[in-house]
Design a protein around this ligand. Structure first.
Ligand SMILES: [Zn+2]
Length: 388
């Protein structure tokens, strides 16, 4: 899709992921070159007969399958002179046996990339001691040892480089994983994706400008279904027009989604938002979905595709808001199950990076991605002097 002609009038902007404190510390670790991955320990053994690789891999896969949290691990690695295979993870009940062999399993997790070879420990056990039960033909396996391996999948390419130096791992890049070195642009997303994000924020800006011209605050929020690309709701700050301190732009946008699904708490928003809708329809030449029967329409549409599941409120949706949401709006976004929030400029007391990081708080029952900096200069100019 070609970008709108007026994209050129915007100043340059950067998409900046709002990370948790832990993620920020990890990034600092990358920059300093010291990344210590979380490790877990496995029994492993060299493969002395390469003809047995396929049979052994299959037998171990059936008898000792990797759990869903271990599926990033490749079962076999190639070393300088031979191949090595993961037999099974070390379990708590192995502790007594290992202590008898002068191996303390709790001290096996201290490996790091620089001494990954050192994370491999010899043990005085036979393969038959480890793979008990006699279900597997052990021909082709050498003397077992203990090895430390990454206990979770790599979340970005830098982690993958470190992880792979310890034990071979699979890696599936996710577009929205905060990683400034991935993708085609320096922010970790493709230029096409950045244009799409900018266009959606442009809609929030337009709504905010319109609201401001009517005497309201210059804050706008847009809800987008990333699957279809459709704008599902456009909300603006109604605290002045409705004399209601709750009606921040995000609250209005979420309520409009709820109204489309037969709910909603605030009466009288529809008529105001309808004007925004019609204006944007005229300017973009695109039809936005009418209200009211949207949920029914989507239900039928999904049913045709064989998927009758209807998302709850904003589940899976993106929200574009010109200013960093406050605590109230951020909690409403969290409870409505948004997937990603993009905002333009930061705000005092903002809850997605400035004062709190509610989107990645471990104590809450939903998390979402947050990015700041989208059309930041335009958003800041618009809301200058206003509080969201
Ligand atoms: Zn708010």
């Amino acid at each position: 899709m070609a970008p709108p002609a007026d994209d050129r009038k915007f100043s340059s902007w950067s998409l900046i992921p709002v990370l948790s404190l832990k993620e920020e510390q990890e990034l600092k670790g990358y920059d300093s070159g010291h990344v210590i991955p979380p490790l877990s320990t496995f029994f492993a053994a060299p493969i002395t007969d390469k003809k047995q690789i396929s049979r052994l891999s299959q037998a171990l896969y059936l008898q000792y399958p990797l759990s869903h949290t271990q599926r990033h691990l490749k079962r076999v690695r190639a070393c300088q002179y031979n191949l090595e295979i993961l037999l099974r993870p070390i379990m708590p009940e192995d502790r007594v046996t290992l202590l008898k062999n002068n191996v303390d399993p709790s001290k096996q997790n201290n490996g790091c990339p620089e001494n990954s070879v050192g994370s491999k420990s010899e043990i005085n056990l036979q393969v038959t001691d480890i793979l008990q039960g006699g279900y597997i033909n052990l021909n082709g396996l050498g003397k077992p040892f203990i090895v430390s391996v990454p206990s979770r999948a790599a979340r970005n390419q830098k982690e993958q480089q470190v992880w792979g130096s310890i034990w071979p791992c699979t890696y599936h890049a996710k577009l929205k994983t905060p990683d400034k070195d991935e993708g085609n642009s320096k922010e970790g997303v493709s230029e096409q994706e950045k244009l799409r994000i900018g266009r959606n924020m442009h809609r929030a800006l337009e709504a905010a400008q319109q609201n401001q011209s009517k005497g309201g605050k210059g804050v706008g929020a847009v809800v987008v279904d990333p699957e279809s690309g459709k704008v599902l709701a456009i909300g603006t700050d109604h605290t002045i027009a409705k004399a209601c301190p709750l009606l921040h732009a995000c609250m209005v946008a979420i309520d409009l989604i709820a109204q489309q699904q037969g709910g909603g708490a605030y009466v009288g928003l529809s008529s105001v938002e309808e004007k925004d809708r019609e204006r944007i329809n005229e300017e973009t030449g695109k039809r936005m979905e009418p209200k009211g029967d949207e949920r029914e329409k989507r239900k039928h549409s999904k049913a045709k595709d064989g998927d009758a599941e209807i998302p709850y409120l904003c589940t899976g949706y993106e929200v574009y808001v010109t200013q960093e949401p406050c605590v109230m709006c951020s909690m409403a976004l969290l409870h409505s199950r948004v997937s990603t929030v993009y905002y333009g400029c930061s705000s005092i007391g903002g809850a997605l990076g400035t004062y709190y990081r509610l989107h990645c708080s471990s104590g809450l029952n939903h998390r979402f991605l947050a990015y700041r900096g989208v059309l930041e200069d335009e958003c800041r100019r618009l809301v200058c002097g206003d509080e969201i």
